[in-house]
Ligand binder design. Structure first.
Ligand code: ATP
Ligand code: MG
Length: 338
């Protein structure tokens, strides 16, 4: 059994104009030690997938209408808020899109980290290195020590002096390190990181990715890394799932998917990545736009933009076809060739 199993998940989002079919039956299974990249154009459902795993989407507007999410065998669709609160920050760590809104500007860095450490310690006192029922003062002191150790671990120089700083005294890259430290302080089994480096310049981005990569190796945790940056995926992911308009159109080990992309959408995404060697002006863009999810096209949602589309593509959603030991593609053209 995988650590995280998303099974045929369907999600609609109510909006002023109607209900958008935001997740159209996605399935994904993430094992311990695997780093899954979730990629795709803006609006394809990456963030709502991560938020669904953490059960952080308010209902309404969110409405789940099929499928399951299991974490370590526990059915998260049936879990109540108290059960989810025990998992979040403890077994499931999270870093969300937009670091500037994730730290509270009026509290010191250390105070915010201590809060998370105490919360994690409430379900598992071993995280603070204390026995069950230790007095509050001992828990506070241990949480502060843990906060300092974690800041040190993510490379904040002189952590013991910086722990009482406010967020505005940290640079963007340092704040992002703090968010990683906070996400990892409860020793999670799964880390959901939504665009953790998008707001940073490339040199800081490389440092943060290296840090995440090292921590994953040391802790053996599973990661769902949400990004639209295929370069980031190539650098640190073991597996990748490509999303288009609420569907996973291709998934597998990074090597196989990047070397032999099977879905026309994956090929278009890879062709659009600039490289240092690219001839100027040679970048291929993908004609057309992501479909309206309130009235999505029938069958394969990519068909209206696809050069290989046939009338059969509009009939039904193509099922995943295995094209390698770990690699599968949901496309009729690939199915016909296989
Ligand atoms: N709170 C919400 N209310 C209504 N619709 C929403 C809400 N959040 C997301 N959506 C819709 O769900 C779809 C998927 O959004 P999501 O944020 O998951 O995209 P994404 O793949 O993360 O994009 P990006 O790369 O821009 O972060 C979009 O059509 C979006 O408009
Ligand atoms: Mg997003």
């Amino acid at each position: 059994m995988a650590l995280l199993e998303i099974d045929n998940l369907h999600l609609a989002m109510r909006s002023f104009d109607g209900e958008a079919q935001v997740l159209n039956g996605i399935s994904l299974s993430v094992d311990k030690g695997q780093v899954w990249g979730l990629v795709g154009e803006t609006g394809c459902g990456k963030s709502v997938t991560g938020l669904s795993v953490a059960r952080l989407l308010a209902s309404p507007p969110a409405r789940y209408f099929g499928g399951a999410i299991r974490f370590d065998g526990q059915d998260l669709m049936q879990a109540d808020e108290a059960a989810m609160r025990r998992l979040r920050g403890r077994r499931i760590g999270m870093i969300f899109q937009d670091p500037t809104t994730n730290l509270n500007p009026v509290f010191r860095i250390g105070e915010q980290m201590v809060d998370v450490a105490l919360h994690a310690g409430a379900t598992d006192p071993a995280i603070l290195g204390l026995p069950q029922g230790a007095p509050r003062r001992a828990r506070l002191a241990a949480a502060r020590q843990l906060a300092i150790r974690m800041l040190d671990r993510v490379g904040i120089p002189k952590a013991v002096d910086r722990v009482d700083d406010y967020p505005h005294q940290f640079s963007g890259g340092m704040r992002q390190r703090v968010l990683i430290a906070m996400a990892l302080i409860g020793k999670p089994d799964l880390l959901i990181a939504d665009e953790p480096t998008t707001a940073l310049d490339v040199s800081v981005q490389a440092q943060i990715l290296q840090l995440l990569y090292d921590l994953v190796g040391e802790e053996g945790l599973a990661v769902l890394l949400i990004t639209h940056n295929l370069g980031v995926v190539a650098q640190i992911c073991s597996h990748v799932a490509v999303m288009y308009a609420g569907n996973i159109v291709e998934s597998g080990d990074v090597r196989s998917v990047f070397k032999q992309p099977g879905h026309p959408y994956t090929r278009a995404l890879l062709a659009a990545v600039p490289t240092v060697q690219s001839v100027r002006g040679a970048l291929q863009d993908l004609p057309g736009a992501v479909p309206d999810l309130i009235h999505p096209p029938p069958g394969c949602r990519f068909a209206p933009r696809c050069a290989l589309a046939t009338p059969a593509c509009a009939q039904a959603l193509p099922a995943p076809v295995p094209v390698g030991p770990l690699h599968s593609v949901s496309c009729l053209a690939v199915g016909a060739a296989a």
